[in-house]
Write a protein that binds this ligand. Structure first.
Ligand code: ATP
Length: 259
């Protein structure tokens, strides 16, 4: 299921404003890549171009290429809805459908995709996805209760279960732990490490320890100045970024000198 991502000469705009400039990078299948950098440097914007969510905003567009296993996501014959199905996204705040049951929350994406599914298959998929998200044991006796009755950390794992139920090839996570307590955060981090066996994962995080704990590769983004676009400064193995980065700006950021 996991796939490779190659980004080539990508420029990202909101109307006339170029928010991110000239990104070139690759993400290996079955790996976790963390995006780090100061606020406003374009990490979330860039993440959203990897499943064509960026262009949902009026006036927003990209130039350049994002290839998934060599296929350009932005080619004219590519259906953006199909792209968003292949490439799942988990957001900062857990966003289960509050009145929908836990089981129906897991199936929500599958149903939105108009996939017909028998009752038995649906039950299997609910179990498999909740197990995949390390949530099954906590909710198996209350699958018909509303998703909003879960704790924040459980809700976030429910959202991950919903994302993996559609069997995506890539999972994008935009600060998935920022609204969670430390125990739930560790649960999500463990889960990310397990999911890496099947998925290509990209995570935006403000938490440097988290980047160091969960990711194989880290990409550092920065702003050249006010009103300037964000740029990818360097991407390397996480151990290298945190011990011997090539760029002074990276060193300054990870050592807490700015950002
Ligand atoms: N919907 C939008 N319309 C116009 N400009 C936007 C929009 N969303 C973000 N921007 C701008 O794009 C730039 C990058 O923002 P983005 O949210 O991607 O940065 P970020 O690195 O993820 O920041 P943070 O760490 O604070 O979440 C910023 O200048 C921001 O103001």
């Amino acid at each position: 299921m996991a796939q490779r991502i190659d980004v080539k000469d990508l420029n990202i705009y909101y109307g006339d404003f170029r928010a991110v400039a000239d990104v070139e990078m690759s993400v290996e299948p079955r790996s976790v890549t963390a995006f780090i950098g100061p606020s406003g440097c374009g990490k979330s914007t860039f993440l959203r171009t990897l499943n064509r969510m960026h262009e949902v905003i009026p006036g927003a567009r990209v130039e350049g290429r994002v290839e998934i296993d060599g296929v350009d996501l932005y080619a004219p014959d590519v259906d953006p809805v199909a792209v968003r199905r292949q490439i799942g996204m988990v957001f900062q705040r857990p966003n289960p459908f509050p009145t929908m049951s836990i089981a129906d929350n897991v199936l929500a994406g599958v149903r939105l995709n108009n996939r017909r599914i028998s009752k038995g298959d649906a039950q299997d998929l609910v179990e498999q996805s909740l197990r995949g998200a390390n949530l099954w044991n906590e909710v198996k006796d209350r699958l018909d209760r509303p998703g909003s009755g879960l704790s924040g950390g459980q809700q976030q794992r429910l959202c991950i279960a919903r994302a993996i139920a559609v069997k995506p090839q890539v999972l994008l996570m935009d600060e998935p732990c920022s609204a969670l307590d430390p125990i739930s955060t560790l649960a999500i981090e463990d889960l990310i490490s397990e999911l890496k066996a099947d998925y290509t994962i990209v995570i935006v995080t403000h938490n440097m320890q988290q980047a160091a704990r969960v990711s194989d590769r880290t990409a550092f983004f920065n702003l050249a100045g006010q009103g300037q676009p964000g740029k990818l400064v360097e991407v390397d193995d996480t151990s290298v970024i945190f011990s011997a980065p090539r760029e002074q700006a990276t060193e300054d950021y990870i050592s807490g000198r700015f950002g």
